[in-house]
Design a protein around this ligand. Sequence first.
Ligand SMILES: [Zn+2]
Ligand SMILES: [Zn+2]
Length: 547
Amino acid sequence: MKEKKLRIIPLGGLGEVGKNMTVYEYGGEILVVDAGMMFPDNDMIGIDYIIPDFEYIKQRADKVRGIVITHGHEDHTGAIGHLLESVDAPVYATPLTLGMIGAKLNRRGFDHKTAKLQTLKAGETVQIGPFKVHAFHVCHSVPDGIGLGIESPAGLVVHTGDYKFDHTPVDNWPTDYAKLAEFQRRGVLALLADSTNAERAGWTPSERVVDDALDKVFREAKGRIIIASFASLISRMQQVGNAALKHQRKLAFAGTSMIDNAKIARKLGYLNLPDDLIISLEEANNMRASDVTVMCTGSQGEPTSILGKISTGTHRLLDVKTGDTIVLSSHPIPGNEENVYRTINRLFERGANVIYEAIAPVHVSGHASQEEMKLLMHLTQPQFFIPIHGELRQLHQHALLAQQIGIPEKNIAVILNGQSVEFSDGKMRLGERIPAAYVYVDGAGVGDVSKDVMHDREVLSEEGVMVINLIMDKFTGKPSREPEIISRGFIAYRDAEDLMAGLRTRVIDTATRANGNIQKDIEQAVSNYLYKETQRRPMIFVNVVKN
Ligand SMILES: [Zn+2]
Ligand SMILES: [Zn+2]
């Protein structure tokens, strides 16, 4: 007989910001909540993005009864295509989220008609294997987000997804407080809640404050207005559209993902903009600057995004002109600050006036701050609490808040990816640890980039490379001529006569004495010598030819 306990396994999003994914397992049957990706750190060279290690799910692919996606952000949807390659289970999400997932699967060349996409609207309940899943609406920086009440024989678990308590959201659809209170009446076994802003005191401001900031921008701008944001920030598109209407400007979208999302959101009624407001980028280029608004991607300073290309003057259709006002309507994701500020500097250099979060409230967070987190706990009154979505320090801060409102420390589990938690007979205990490493996606390859490859790329980019070609006499076993030494990114030849002379001597000595693996010995000797002389270790390749 299968053991009757609820097991929750976070596979992503705990101890990091991004690639959210959680497994709910009861009686061997599995429900997956979210399948996100994460952007790489600056030192992860050549990596496009990172997805969770879902080997655990793959091994049990026939036990997966469903995948529920809480909202359309990449850190919740970005790995869905990868997951569907190994798991043939229905995907449940709200209409807008499903639309965004479908467009994303199309862009990846995934035939999403073979995927079983099922609509799960806020307020609806669906049976997924042993789980009765209640979807409730939450406010966030993308419309149509949901949190989940997940009922199993072990009890009711509330899983928030990303949320905030905005009383005046742009789409006039506040978080479903009544549902949360209803959960409380039924008794909440555990709460898993978003910790992103656990360090922020007070309340997250309403999206409405952005309206005033945008209005000021539109009032004062003389030339074109270019607004960069996330492709998924539909509410910001609405706000920019409203401002453009009010100030008699036209609006063009730039960037494939942004154009796709705007189209889907308009079709499904989440974005209400009149047809004659929207123009193409080509049309925008033939209009008076003071009539034009452009909304584009690239608020994180990504070099390949529209704004990134504008900042380096490499976009085919958009070039910065003096008098342009460029707004970065977003908050730099931790780790992206450097890129963002470099982009801002370049845009100023090219003659634009740049407005960003630090100088005007052109963005507000989509995540709850401390007072909202406490209100959520009061509304749901969970017996157990597991902070999710955040770096370890944010998870800890969230746990402290839970203690402040009276949840005993022993009922709070601050855990990281891979640490399973089990619930049975109203008790919580830590279960086994499941591998939950990074899976690097590099071009079209998934997971074929190992930690070693990452390390090599880092060495190559920081220390350069040295290639040593050596010809050995196969009869005497000694070098038959001077070794050829090629160095790239390490040191210029002419700057280092002495170093190179010393290097050649080391190579010949080592080759003459070597009786085992000549390549390895030379590599070691060269590496040690260079480190002694320069405190640096480039990557070294040794070719030995015998003739
Ligand atoms: Zn989100
Ligand atoms: Zn998120």
